[in-house]
Write a protein that binds this ligand. Structure first.
Ligand code: ATP
Ligand code: ZN
Length: 297
């Protein structure tokens, strides 16, 4: 943000695994957007925050040069580019966002000669993440050759291009389909919110803080449910013991019914049908479970 542009720009993947969840999170944080005709830009209608839709690999660079103040990108991409950038000021990870989970894993052919990390010494490893792979090798004290492949890394061993690979995995199905199995995890990744090292000025900082508070509130509602019920006062202790509550439930008296109470409890995702049936057995009535959209402390 500078004197001529009093709005924040956030870079988001245009089309790919992170796109929908990224835009979904911004909407849950209360931002509404109007799409530009070329579909590369979303204009923020109710907050001075616009979205730039780009390839995920371009996101750290846009923040380094100051074209955008914020971005949502996989930690795998961020850390790979951070290592490549050396001492250049680089975007900082503000917070993890809880989607896009995957891991960068070292994998080897099933039934082959490699069954422990030390066996990799002197061999060739194919990857699209040479910096992270080289760092992991250094940490393990192993010397091996890293060959860079962009795409179809998992077929490199069968083509005789490499003995092992270092690639992104989520379920492991792609590895299994290519007769490979994991030897070690190199990096645990998920989508993260990142900030440009170039942002200056109190107005920009205040706006980023406001934006981050919105994101925090939207994320804090994830998986949280509000349970409301009425019950005999005598059942309160048993109900409290039963609930997967995040904090002490609120207990309210009911006018003209001294033996009854109303209970409100914030519960985590573990709250299920069995809890509700158990509550009914304890005498609870009028049970209601609501998904929590956002929370402010
Ligand atoms: P772009 O066209 O934007 O360059 P891409 O093909 O590089 O897209 P995607 O495949 O959409 O990228 O993946 C984007 C990010 O999603 C990855 O960098 C990673 O952080 C995350 N991700 C989650 N699960 C997986 C997975 N199984 N394989 C690859 N990436 C995954
Ligand atoms: Zn990419």
């Amino acid at each position: 943000m500078n004197e001529t542009r009093e709005r924040l720009r956030i870079a988001v993947q245009k089309s790919g695994r992170l796109s929908q969840d990224s835009l979904g999170l911004l909407r849950r944080a209360g931002l509404a957007f109007r799409e530009s005709r070329d579909k590369l830009f979303l204009y923020g209608e109710n907050m001075p925050v616009d979205v730039l839709l780009v390839r995920d690999d371009d996101i750290p660079g846009l923040l380094v040069e100051g074209s955008c103040e914020l971005g949502i990108v996989g930690r795998n991409v961020l850390d790979e580019q951070r290592l490549a950038a050396g001492d250049t000021p680089f975007p900082a990870e503000l917070r993890a966002l809880g989607f896009g989970q995957c891991r960068l894993a070292l994998a080897v052919p099933d039934g082959g000669p490699i069954d422990k990390i030390a066996d990799l010494a002197g061999l060739r490893i194919a990857t699209s993440y040479p910096e992270l792979t080289a760092r992991w090798l250094r940490e393990q004290g192993i010397e091996a050759d890293v060959v860079v492949l962009n795409g179809s890394v998992e077929i490199a061993p069968r083509l005789g291009k490499a003995h092992a690979i270092c690639d992104l995995v989520s379920s492991g199905a792609t590895l299994a389909a290519n007769q490979l199995h994991e030897l070690d995890t190199v990096l645990r990744s998920e989508a993260v919110l990142v900030a440009s090292p170039r942002t200056q000025g109190a107005a920009a900082t205040a706006l980023i803080e406001r934006f981050c508070a919105r994101i925090g509130a939207a994320l804090s509602g994830d998986g949280v449910r509000l349970l409301m019920l009425q019950a005999p006062r005598s059942a309160l202790a048993a109900i409290t013991r039963l609930l997967p509550a995040r904090e002490e439930p609120s207990v309210l008296g009911l006018d003209g019914r001294p033996d009854d109470i109303a209970v409100q409890a914030l519960c985590d995702a573990k709250l299920d049908w069995q809890h509700l049936e158990e509550l009914k057995r304890l005498g609870a009535r009028g049970l209601m479970v609501l998904n929590v959209e956002r929370m402010l402390a």
